[in-house]
Structure formats: C-alpha cells, structure tokens
Design a protein around this ligand. Structure first.
Ligand code: NDP
Ligand code: HSE
Length: 437
C-alpha cells in the first residue's frame, strides 16, 4: 500500500516520453495545476521528463528534460507516467519503478498485453499502483468500469471497435465503394494511418487491446499471443458491397466471450477479425476514427462506451485521470485495484470457437448447383440460415449465411466449396456478428 504522504507535500511525477501523448500530458498538468491540487489534496509536481532527443522539445522547460530515464525513476519521485510505447526500454523502466514502490501510469497496450503479469507482480510485491486506462480506447473510460464498476457483476461478452485507423478505412470504403489500397492511401495522407500502418491494419494494436479487455472482464491472464488476429488488408470492395446488400456493415471487431467448452467447463475466446454486423447494431453507426465498446454483463445487461480512441489530448485525458487516482492514493495512503486473475480460465483456440459465416459465390446457373453447395454445408454439419440466389445469364450470384458452427468446420466448408467445379468464384467470405444465431 502507498505510504501516506505528509500533508501538503507535492506528489512528484516523472514523465517518460514526450511525443503525441506526453506533450498533452505536460500541457494539462500545467494548465490545470490548481484544479489538480484541489482534486488530489496536494500539488502534483512534474519533476522530470525523459526523452530521446531533448533539443527537439521546446514545450518543456529545459531544466526538466533528461535522456536518463532510469536515473529519473531512481530520483525522489512518487509516480512514473510512461508514454514512450513499445516493449523495451519501457518494460525495464517500469519494473524498476514498481519494484521501488513508485506508482505507474502507462498508456502502453503492447507492453501490458505481453508483460502485464510481470508488471502486476512487481506492483503487488511493493504495494504500488499500476493504472493503464489510456491503453485501450484512448479517452473512453472503459477499463475502470470493467475493473471497478462491474466488479460485482459477471461479464459475458465484450465486443468493440478499438482501433481508429482501421475504422476510418472501413468507414471510408463503405461510404465511397473504394478499394482498401485507395482508402489506406487517403488515411495516410490525412494523418490517420501512420507511415508504417502494420500495427493497425494487421490487427496487432486491436489484439493487444483485446488481451487487456479479456483479462479484466474474465479475471484471467490473457496475452496478445492468445488472441486470434486477422487484419483488414484482405477486406475487398466486394466484401463491403456484399455486406451493404444484406443491410450490414464491415467492422474490425475485438471480441472477448465467456464460453462453455466441450467438458462443460468455462473458457474464454478472444479474437480480432473483420466481421459483418447489422446496420441496426449500435457498433455499425460508429464511423471515422471513433472507438466504441459494447459490454454485456449478467446483471447490468448491455452497456456501450463510445468516444475518441486516439490522439494526444483525448489520450492525455485518460492518463491524467489515472494520475489523479494514484496521486490521491499517495496522499491518503491507499491503493487501487490489483490484478484479478483468480478465475484462470483457459483460452479456446479459434477453430473451436462458434462463429457464423457469410459466403458469397459466383456459380454456374443450372440445375443441381444449389444442391451441391448445400451438400457441402451438410457434410460439415453446418446449418444454413439464409440462402439468396440471383440469376445473371449463365451465372448466378449465391449468398449463404450460416447458423453458428465451429469456426474450423466453417473454414473447411468454404475450402471445399471453393474447389467445386460449379463454383466460378468465391466472391466474399466473412464472419457475421451482432445478431441472433
Ligand atoms: P510518440 O512516438 O509520439 O512519442 C514517444 C516519446 O517517447 C517521444 O517523446 C520519444 O522521445 C520518447 N522516447 C522514445 N524512446 C525513448 C527512450 N529510450 N527514453 C526516453 N524517451 C524515449 O508516441 P505516442 O505519444 O503516440 O504514444 C505513446 C504511448 O501511448 C504508446 O504506448 C502508445 O501506444 C500509447 N497511445 C498512443 C495514442 C495516440 O493516439 N498517439 C493513443 C493511445 C495510446 P523523442 O521525442 O525525443 O524522440
Ligand atoms: N493506432 C491506434 C488507433 C491509436 O488507430 O486506434 C490508439 O491506440
């Protein structure tokens, strides 16, 4: 537990990193100094800012800047705010801070999703706080509700749009009918996508966030490696058009579900992939770079969290909220919530996870074709929910939407259908979410 500080003594803060987020943290600390003092019960004093290239940082008083992050942590500071990003040196620096009993606020989803367990253990050993609201969905208060407000409930599902870049791209594809490549170029020019967009478009960023969400929702340690991950690079204009025709939208979803496994025991599934959702679903109306997360809990029912998931000021808002919480704990001598991983549920492989597929085919328009396609679904024990066929001269467009089945059975079905001589082309294959199965 944090030691109670003598009345009136400032809470001393070290900031590691001063880029997009860090610059805004410095600004808010300065602009809101009086309010923060009143809210915390003591002044919050920024005593040092560690960066790589001090000459670049005119926004910070020169005497605060240092390149020696480890030395700054080792000095007389109470709280370390980390907005460097990446695994190293952030991991080593935060472990040193926590082991020395200094509370940590971080926005670093990649680090938490890979080494969260190690950081929590260090925090527990010294009694320090570890807060990370900004790591998932930027400004949106989401982790504290999961960690604290819903701690008395049983969460069954968390499903959301947690990456702004990919949501911007998919929304634009939906709006204009343009291809993925064209839209990515536009997103890069507008500054939504980074020069190297891999972490966003290949789903790594969303997978790290899904791991954090699942860990909190299901009281189980889930790492990024446990998350099934598919990005949006293979989403075509045809997929988006096929979704539109059926009153659906394509979104990159992070889905964390509580499930019953083959033995009747509880398990979780955690996945990130593009999916079609009905346009009537609240997540379908989340456009541009916005994030939204839908939470289902047994007693609370359905909850939706919506807002800006990225950007300097929105992310700094979440960092400052955490900073006030840990600073208050320092002042009154308490401690925030620890890691809760007691449930220790197993994470189910994607192949065993129940999903639904939308399959759009170009087939030969002659007798027996529909029966051949339907036979492959039956062979894999996949039940068909909807079939729609439209003739186009010698060919026909055939759309099949399945009921829920094991993902591996659905994959095998599609593979076999693709090889049928009567199937000219598999136009689109995508999972369907957000409707009754
Ligand atoms: P930036 O790349 O803009 O800033 C990183 C900062 O870290 C820079 O100031 C850089 O110094 C500093 N830095 C890098 N290496 C070191 C080092 N070895 N020692 C000391 N300082 C170092 O990152 P962001 O502000 O965009 O992101 C920070 C964190 O926030 C990441 O974990 C990110 O995932 C997370 N986040 C970011 C969001 C966003 O919208 N940007 C949204 C939500 C979370 P210098 O400036 O001198 O090069
Ligand atoms: N690159 C991320 C996004 C930033 O596009 O949402 C926030 O983590």
């Amino acid at each position: 537990m944090s030691e109670r500080k003598p009345a009136g003594r400032p809470v001393r803060v070290a900031l590691l990193g001063c880029g997009t987020v860090g610059t805004e943290v410095v600004r808010l600390l300065h602009e809101q100094a009086d309010d923060l003092t009143a809210r915390v019960g003591a002044p919050v004093e920024l005593v040092g800012v560690a960066v790589r290239r001090p000459n670049k940082h005119r926004e910070v008083p020169a005497e605060l800047l240092t390149t020696d992050a480890a030395g700054l942590i080792d000095s007389d500071v109470d709280v370390v705010v980390e907005v460097i990003g990446g695994i190293e040196p952030a991991r080593t620096l935060l472990l040193a801070a926590l082991r020395a009993g200094k509370s940590v606020v971080t926005a670093n989803k990649a680090l938490l999703a890979e080494h969260g367990g190690e950081l929590f253990e260090a925090a527990d050993a010294s009694g320090a706080d570890l807060y990370f609201e900004a790591a998932v969905a930027g400004a949106i208060p989401l982790l504290r509700p999961l960690r604290e407000s819903l701690a008395g409930d049983r969460i069954t599902r968390v499903m959301g749009i947690v990456n702004g870049t990919t949501n911007f791209i998919l929304s634009a594809m939906d709006g204009t009918g343009a291809s993925y490549a064209e839209t990515l170029e536009e997103a890069t020019q507008l500054g939504y996508a980074e020069a190297d967009p891999t972490a966003d478009v290949d789903g790594f960023d969303a997978a790290a966030k899904a791991a954090i969400l699942a860990s909190l929702a299901f009281h189980t340690r889930v790492t990024a490696a446990d998350v099934h991950r598919e990005g949006i690079a293979s989403v075509t204009a045809a997929d988006v058009a096929a979704a539109r025709e059926l009153g659906r939208a394509v979104k990159l979803l992070a889905i964390c579900e509580r499930e019953v496994d083959e033995t009747g025991g509880e398990a979780v599934s955690v996945r990130v992939h593009p999916a079609m959702i009905p346009r009537s679903h609240p997540l379908a109306g989340v456009n541009g770079a916005f994030n939204a997360v839908f939470v289902e809990a047994e007693a609370a029912g359905q909850l939706m969290f919506y807002g800006q998931g990225a950007g300097g000021a929105p992310t700094a808002s979440a960092v400052l909220g955490d900073l006030v919480a840990v600073a208050r704990n320092r002042v009154v001598g308490g401690r925030g919530p620890r890691e809760s991983a007691y449930a220790d549920l197993s994470v189910r492989p994607m192949g065993q996870t129940p999903t639904r597929y939308h399959v759009s085919l170009d087939v030969a328009d002659r007798s027996g074709v529909l029966a051949q396609v339907a036979a492959v679904f039956a062979e894999h024990d996949v039940s068909i929910a909807v079939v729609r066929q439209q003739g186009r001269g010698e060919d026909a467009s055939l759309v099949v939407v399945t009921h829920s089945a094991q993902d591996s059975a659905l994959q095998s079905t599609v593979d076999k259908i693709a090889g049928l001589p009567v199937v000219r082309e598999v136009v689109s294959v995508m999972r369907v979410e957000g409707e009754e199965s």
